[in-house]
Design a protein around this ligand. Structure first.
Ligand SMILES: Nc1ncnc2c1ncn2[C@@H]1O[C@H](COP(=O)(O)OP(=O)(O)O)[C@@H](O)[C@H]1O
Ligand SMILES: O=P(O)(O)OC[C@H](O)CO
Length: 487
């Protein structure tokens, strides 16, 4: 049996995480993380990050994760990344401007225009809408652009020197023929004649390494020579590996900066309404996915306003008299606009306030319920479109660390909630993909044979709370429609 470690690196929106995975014991032996944020700006809809932020965080986190371990044992690594972002490189491979992120909604008008052209609903998250925005709003930068990459592709390029995209993440560009697993050159041409030249080639296989870490990067990270680099993927596809869902088809709910719901599918689900994103997964299958823009950052607003931590706020919320449904207080969480429904110009709204309502515990619960109900509405539409859920959800992401939120999800969805032992499932998924590449196995076989463990605890829905959440969902959807259907 192979001896050694692989590294799984997740380039998230609010931070980067590294897990060190032992290929022999199939255990995570070390973790490290570095937090960062979206660049502060007063420009409405703008959400950008400098790609150098990811590289600096990666260097710090890898060095820290390997501290005290035998670095010579690192055999392979892979990168998971926040999806959809637009990184533009110039003639000398220099980064021409900060990356526009998945949650940047400045390209709302371009998304409308391309939806009409393409015949399916693109939300402003999709990379191609951002590229058209660049052509319109920063023509000099567009003219200087020689290559377009997604965040994880940019990191792969820095690691290996190869400019390449893999199918799972490329699904978020809006110009991939997901079913055919090739670039949709007709869609590219419909945007601009130069677009074809700007996107790099696609990887041949989800199972093979795309190269090895360059010697100068290996020296910077303290890695031995020849560490293989897996193709990586978007964080949702990587999370499907790390949460065991790529092996058993479970439905995963991820509570991160964004909230997502996804499940493996043998066929592509092409939804012209844009509610279900048709994505490839990281095993050669598909990953129909629904994403909302506003999740953990809504709770962060409460944390920052009251200068209390998540534990204290959770205790206050649990003790608050309001309970499930928040006594009629509804928080529409659209702080940065929304993509599901596609309301890029919507804003947050707190409704149903009565005297004495501005209690930190109640507001924290209202934020949690708002983010959850927003996702639940989308989930019901996924089911209506053909998703067949079982009795359980698998919960991952930063929000899954919160005991109250787990129960709120179980109660509101009316389903049992199970948690993978490793909550940073995207980073673990990347480590598993790297292990498969190193061992010459297919990713699909590897994750089936070495399925990540789940925690024993099963969180059961409380039937007594069901009516309160159904009422809260109906109120939430009616208020959202009234306020934002025309936004
Ligand atoms: N106990 C908790 N309760 C609620 N939110 C939490 C808790 N712990 C972490 N978070 C939130 O999880 C988010 C990070 O989740 P993560 O899945 O790592 O996000 P991303 O991949 O988008 O960077 C942060 O906003 C953080 O505040
Ligand atoms: O940073 P996350 O984990 O919320 O990921 C962003 C998603 O990739 C958006 O689809």
């Amino acid at each position: 049996m192979a001896e050694g470690y692989t590294l799984g690196i997740d380039v998230g929106t609010q931070g980067l995480k590294v897990v060190v995975y032992n290929i022999s014991t199939h255990e995570i032996v070390k973790k490290a993380g570095v937090a960062y944020d979206i660049i502060k700006t007063s420009v409405p809809g703008r959400a950008e990050q400098n790609p150098q932020t990811w590289i600096a965080a990666l260097t710090t986190a890898v060095v820290e994760a390997l501290d005290g371990l035998d670095r010579g044992c690192v055999k392979a690594l892979a990168v998971s990344g926040q999806q959809h972002g637009l990184v533009v490189l110039g003639e000398g491979d220099e980064v021409l401007r900060p990356a526009k992120l998945w949650c940047d909604t400045e390209s709302a008008a371009e998304a409308e225009e391309l939806s009409a052209k393409f015949g399916w609903k693109l939300v402003p998250s999709f990379t191609i809408t951002k590229l058209l925005w660049l052509q319109r709003h920063e023509p000099d930068t567009y003219a200087a652009t020689r290559c377009v990459l997604l965040p994880h592709d940019y990191v792969n390029w820095w690691l290996t020197g190869r400019k390449i995209m893999e199918l799972g993440d490329a699904s978020g560009t809006g110009v991939l023929d997901v079913e055919g697993r090739r670039w949709d050159t007709a869609a590219m041409d419909a945007v601009d004649a130069r677009v074809r030249e700007l996107f790099p080639p696609l990887v041949d296989s989800p199972d093979q390494a795309i190269g090895a870490v360059r010697p100068e990067v290996a020296a910077q990270l303290g890695l031995p020579a020849g560490v293989l680099v897996g193709p990586g993927s978007g964080d949702n596809a990587m999370s499907a590996l790390g949460a065991g869902a790529a092996a058993d088809g479970a439905i995963v709910v991820s509570l991160g900066t964004s909230a997502t719901i996804f499940a493996k599918s043998p066929t592509a689900i092409l939804d012209p309404t844009g509610i279900i994103c048709p994505f490839c997964d990281a095993t050669g299958n598909y990953l129909p996915l629904l994403c909302t823009l506003n999740c953990t950052r809504v709770l962060e607003e409460v944390r920052e306003a009251f200068e209390l931590d998540h534990e204290k706020l959770t205790q206050l919320a649990e003790a608050d008299a309001a309970g499930p449904g928040c006594g009629g207080v509804t928080w529409l969480p659209y702080l940065i606009g929304e993509r599901t429904p596609c309301w890029p110009h919507a804003s947050g709204a707190l409704l149903g306030l009565r005297p004495g309502c501005l209690r930190p515990g109640l507001l924290y619960r209202a934020a949690m319920e708002g983010a959850t109900l927003s996702l639940l509405g989308g989930f019901r539409r996924m089911v209506a479109a053909g998703l067949r859920p079982g009795a359980q959800l698998r919960l991952v992401g930063g929000g899954a660390k919160n005991r109250l939120w787990k129960q709120v999800v179980a109660d509101a969805f009316g389903m049992e909630v199970v948690l993978p032992a490793e909550p940073d499932s995207a980073a673990l998924g990347a480590a598993l993909q790297a292990a498969a590449a190193f061992e010459g196995a297919t990713v699909s076989d590897y994750v089936s044979q070495h399925s990540p463990p789940m925690l024993d605890q099963v969180i059961k829905p409380n039937p007594e709370h069901r009516a309160a959440y159904e009422e809260a969902l109906a109120r939430f959807e009616a208020l959202a429609q009234q306020l934002f259907a025309q936004a």
